[in-house]
Design a binder for this molecule. Structure first.
Ligand code: ADP
Ligand code: MG
Length: 450
């Protein structure tokens, strides 16, 4: 199976990962295996890539046998594993000159190929939740000089921040090949900084970042709490912005919500344009699935895509994983993809996405959120705070569970179904007329679903 195509190998790997997870357990999987990438198969050698020596050594010593066994169960004939170490987080798109890299010893990170080729604007599906961030990213990459600086992209895990950043890098390179763009993770930034301190060449570190045209730092939430790095970051940042060089940052939170970050830095980060990527909608998820199916040149029936878009709501990475797995499965066993096949193949993923929301769970969460006692919620008390919380809980029970109105009433201290109907109407009215209330309820609802 050494001549297996890249796409197919990726699919096998995606499928095998699930078995490996089952074999080694969730914790070990998350710590070690999930960090690996597959590079290829060379005869009897499975070639993997790890982000650090530490991970490489652990994988080789502890998990080789499991990995080999499982890959071979998919028809591979692997005897041994080799693991290369590289760093996904750092890349320079137009290269840092040898001279600079020599000084700071980051030669190994020069390779432009560490920017993901698939993470382009063309491959980015636009929908309500990300259209603003997309537009901002596109504009930045097409502008000769910064129009807003910095661009601060933020949003939850797996919603496309890194994709957009790579797309900016690719597109900037396309429009302005002479521009020097550096993309790196905040962790890498810290690592380089600390390393430069150790080798006492902090000056060249500063120079290196201060001579770029655009600096992108991904996941800056990791800079929080690290005082000297933060200081350095702040200086580098100010100097770039003052010199009209583009700075692009991403994080999982808005600037003002970043923990462990000094106030002056927080406020400075918000000076340019802050664009958030919202959680996905059904339409966006479906659009992404359709686009990926096309990219794979695979045939997946509409009802399967609709099913996935409806069920896998956590993030896009997981959605992609599910699709890969279905396609891999059908390629391997040579079966047409149907809804039944999809459900069978995704059994475990579907279970974790379908967190069971019960009336009891909703009641407890609502009490926590609005600070009322559980016993009050199921009583006949008519204190306003209690009544509202009770009505909200009833509304959420109707919205998030499949229980009937009489059933819901019964669980609130034996109330009648007409009480539940009244509650639902009351809450809907409030939602329609009170934005703050509406926003609050949305937050509560999300916290129940996640
Ligand atoms: P983040 O950095 O926000 O955690 P990523 O950028 O790594 O998320 O995205 C996770 C995966 O989802 C990537 O494979 C990416 O290509 C894909 N993805 C995210 N958003 C989109 C989109 N709008 N269209 C197509 N693929 C997307
Ligand atoms: Mg990311």
């Amino acid at each position: 199976m050494s001549d297996v195509s890249d796409v197919k190998l990726k699919q096998i790997w995606a499928e095998a990962l699930l078995d490996i997870k089952a074999a080694v357990g969730d914790g070990a999987f998350k710590t070690w295996i999930s960090k690996l990438d597959i590079a290829g198969i060379d005869d009897i050698v499975l070639k993997l890539i790890a982000p650090s020596n530490f991970i490489r050594d652990n994988v080789l010593s502890r998990f080789s046998n499991d990995i080999i066994k499982i890959m071979n169960s998919y028809g591979c004939q692997i005897r041994t594993i080799s693991v290369d170490v590289y760093d996904k987080g750092a890349a320079t798109i137009s290269s840092i000159s040898d001279n600079d890299t020599e000084k700071i010893g980051i030669k190994e990170y020069q390779d432009i190929s560490v920017l993901d080729k698939r993470f382009t604007f063309k491959n980015f599906v636009i929908g309500k939740p990300n259209e603003f961030a997309y537009a901002a990213a596109l504009r930045i990459s097409e502008s000769e000089v910064p129009t807003f600086n910095p661009l601060f992209l933020y949003g939850g895990v797996g919603l496309g921040k890194t994709h957009l950043m790579h797309a900016i890098a690719w597109n900037t390179h396309h429009h302005f090949p002479r521009k020097k763009v550096i993309y790196l993770s905040a962790e890498k930034f810290m690592y380089l900084f600390i390393k430069s301190l150790r080798f006492k060449n902090a000056i060249s570190f500063k120079e290196m970042f201060r001579t770029v045209d655009a600096l992108m730092i991904d996941d800056v939430q990791f800079i929080g709490g690290k005082d000297t790095t933060q200081e350095e970051f702040f200086h580098t940042f100010n100097e770039l912005v003052d010199n009209n060089k583009q700075v692009i940052l991403s994080a999982d939170k808005s600037p003002s919500d970043l923990g462990g970050v000094e106030d002056r830095l927080k406020s400075r980060l918000g000076w340019g344009l802050v664009a958030d990527i919202h959680p996905t909608t059904y339409e966006l998820r479906l659009g992404i699935l359709q686009s990926k199916t096309k990219q794979f040149k695979a045939t997946v029936p509409d009802n399967v895509l609709e099913f996935l878009a409806g069920k896998i709501t956590s993030n896009i990475r997981e959605l992609e994983g599910a699709l890969n797995r279905i396609i891999a499965h059908s390629t391997l066993v040579g079966r047409r993809i149907t809804l039944e096949v999809a459900q069978e193949v995704l059994k475990d993923i579907l279970r974790t996405n379908e967190k069971l929301i019960t009336i009891d769970f909703i009641q407890r969460k609502v009490c926590e959120y609005y600070g009322v006692k559980l016993s009050d919620l199921t009583s006949a008390r008519r204190h306003k705070a209690v009544t509202t919380a009770r009505q909200i809980a009833m509304y959420l029970c109707k919205d998030l569970t499949s229980r009937s109105l009489p059933d819901i009433g019964k669980n609130f201290g034996g109330k009648d179904h007409s009480t539940v109907i009244h509650a639902i109407k009351k809450i809907k009215d409030l939602m329609a007329n009170d934005n703050a209330f509406n926003a609050d309820l949305e937050i509560l609802k999300k916290s129940l679903q996640n």
